[in-house]
Design a protein around this ligand. Structure first.
Ligand code: FES
Ligand SMILES: [Fe+2]
Length: 581
């Protein structure tokens, strides 16, 4: 499926423009999402010009062994593809267990603009995402208002100012004063948001002034080149901690087994063919890069023992590519296959949203200049199946990993020195033996040293463990495609709705033709047509077939990976690899 996914990826024109629209937070009784101080103001100020004019990340010398000052709060986070956000409607997104309401509108030039507020009404704390978005013209500009569904208070999308309290307006007899103020306590909290290369990025660290002091979101350089595009952009939410998801994406060793995919074997490390790592610290961020030459390992060992050697194509005559992986912490991973001349053969981008403890959102897409256009839902089916194959495995890990982390955090609370306990959370839990694990070890070390800095982590990890009762949820929950994907992907929803239509139409047509068959003769445009049994049967079979296909496709968008399918996949492992014993 990965191979299919890779080849589904073809390349397009990008939207290079990004737009920041939500700005200064006015004084309000509501807190900003998190409190934080902005350190190193000179370096951050230099971020203003980068944000506005540059796509390059400038690396600065730093202490490569320490993540001590890693700043989760003052970064941009990818919350969605912009084209998946409904127009003029409130949409809730969550980051580090804090809810935000965002909306997409078209400006007077017909371009997309985004607005975001904290998803909490200052009146009585109801969610603004339950309300509606109202278009409004302010000084020639179209600025949307978020209206709370509870008592109708409305808030300016740009700055969160409360612009309407219907009950006060009524008692004042609709004075029509455009500059009326209800006081700062009535204001919502505005949050910086932007669109860059078709991805919506949110800044949780405070107002726009602060957002301008940090580096901009990472770009995909190819998307700035003509002809390149995202192919098959895909989104899915997981009941899986974002840290586990990141470790999973950066773990090539699991591909042969969890996905029964021989392609992964080429791009894992071995004793004589190590994974080469480099890393850099810049602007309080961290980038880890790894690359490995293509060499058969597990499968090569097994080749002579394989019952059916022809099941795997020999790669001797193929061009050997180098596998690379780049982690721009904590939100962006790029995996690529590089030709010997340095050009990119294929590339997949992953953007990870830390929704909160035990939760994550994955955005992913192939990046390519191939002139190929595949309906999004077709690629989606392949990726859904691919992700089902190991998501439940991650769910089985989760209770141990989070419990371990929680224990370390509680030791911190009781006064132990953080440095003496924190590096142990993953290091004490996982056992590394594979040569490829140098990647895993470095990422784990990053998490061990920084997770205590994640906003709200300590509180939410306890809440998570209490609520989950430390049990792995059933597969129907961990692999619920509808909740995790379909309902947040407009193209999949459209596909499901089309399937329903085809099913209904098929049923109607089968009934209709059956009725005509009873009547024997039908007249179309006054021409009598004899209904013989062949015509009837063929028509019924065709519509029955259409019904069956539509039913099959529709079922792909709900839970569809029970134990029976897992067992069938497990049997495929022996085609790839046989235990030498
Ligand atoms: S809670 Fe929002 S208007 Fe009352
Ligand atoms: Fe996987």
């Amino acid at each position: 499926m990965l191979i299919l996914y890779l080849y589904l990826t073809l390349f397009l024109a990008s939207n290079n423009a990004w737009i920041v629209h939500s700005f200064l937070l006015t004084k309000s009784k509501l807190p900003v999402p998190f409190s934080s101080t902005v350190a190193n103001s000179d370096a951050r100020r230099s971020g203003i010009s980068k944000l506005l004019f540059s796509t390059a990340i400038v690396e600065q010398p730093s202490n490569p062994s320490s993540f001590e000052n890693f700043d989760y709060l003052n970064k941009w986070y990818p919350v969605s593809f912009s084209f998946d956000i409904p127009l003029n409607k409130p949409t809730q997104v969550t980051l580090f267990d804090v809810d935000y309401v965002i909306t997409r509108v078209k400006n007077n030039q017909g371009e997309d603009e985004m607005y975001a507020l904290l998803d909490r009404c200052p009146h009585k704390s109801a969610s603004l995402s339950e309300g509606r978005v109202i278009e409004s013209q302010t000084e020639g500009c179209s600025i949307p208002k978020f209206q709370c569904a509870y008592h109708g208070w409305s808030f300016d999308g740009k700055n969160g100012t409360c612009v309407e309290i219907p009950q006060v307006l009524s008692s004042a007899g609709f004075s029509g004063d455009a500059h009326r103020s209800y006081g700062t306590l009535t204001n919502g909290v505005s949050v910086p948001i932007l669109i860059q290369q078709d991805i919506v990025w949110l800044f949780p660290g405070g107002n726009l002034e602060k957002a301008l002091l940090v580096p901009p979101p990472p770009r995909v350089p190819e998307l700035d080149e003509p002809g390149f595009k995202m192919i098959n952009p895909f989104v899915r939410d997981f009941p899986i901690d974002w840290t586990l998801l990141i470790e999973n994406i950066m773990d090539p060793d699991h591909g042969v087994f969890a996905h029964q995919n021989a392609g992964f074997d080429l791009y894992t490390a071995s004793k004589g063919n190590p994974y080469n790592l480099t890393e850099s610290f810049c602007d309080n961020g961290w980038i880890l890069r790894g690359h490995v030459s293509a060499v058969e390992k597990v499968l090569k060992y097994d080749k002579s023992r394989r019952k059916n050697p022809s099941t795997r194509k020999e790669s001797a005559n193929k061009e050997m590519l180098t596998g690379t992986i780049t982690f721009n912490a904590p939100t962006n991973i790029r995996t690529a296959r590089i030709r010997s001349d340095g050009s990119v053969f294929s590339q997949i981008q992953f953007w990870i949203l830390p929704i909160g403890t035990g939760k994550s959102r994955l955005l992913t897409s192939l990046i390519s200049d191939l002139k190929l256009s595949i309906p999004r839902w077709i690629g989606t089916l392949a990726i859904l199946k691919f992700l089902d194959q190991d998501t439940h495995l991650l769910a089985t890990q989760q209770k141990y990993v989070l419990e371990n982390e929680a224990q370390n955090l509680s030791k911190k609370v009781t006064g132990d020195h953080l440095k003496s306990i924190n590096p142990g959370a993953r290091r004490n839990l996982f056992v590394y033996r594979s040569p490829t694990d140098v990647l895993q070890q470095r990422v784990s070390s990053f998490f061990d040293q920084t997770l205590h800095l994640v906003p709200n982590r300590e509180k939410s990890i306890k809440r998570y463990l209490h609520a989950s009762n430390e049990a792995t949820p059933p597969r129907k929950f961990t692999l619920d495609r509808y909740e995790q994907h379909t309902k947040i992907c407009p193209d999949s929803l459209k596909c499901v709705s089309n399937c329903k239509r085809i099913k209904t139409l098929s049923k109607v047509m089968i009934s209709f033709v059956s009725l005509l068959n009873i009547l024997k003769v039908v007249s179309i445009a006054k021409i009598p047509i004899k209904m013989n049994s062949l015509v009837t049967r063929t028509t019924i079979v065709l519509f029955a077939l259409a019904h069956m296909i539509a039913q099959k496709v529709e079922r792909q968008f709900v839970f569809n990976y029970p134990e029976k399918k897992r067992d069938r996949d497990l049997r495929k492992i022996s085609d790839l690899w046989m235990n030498p014993n």
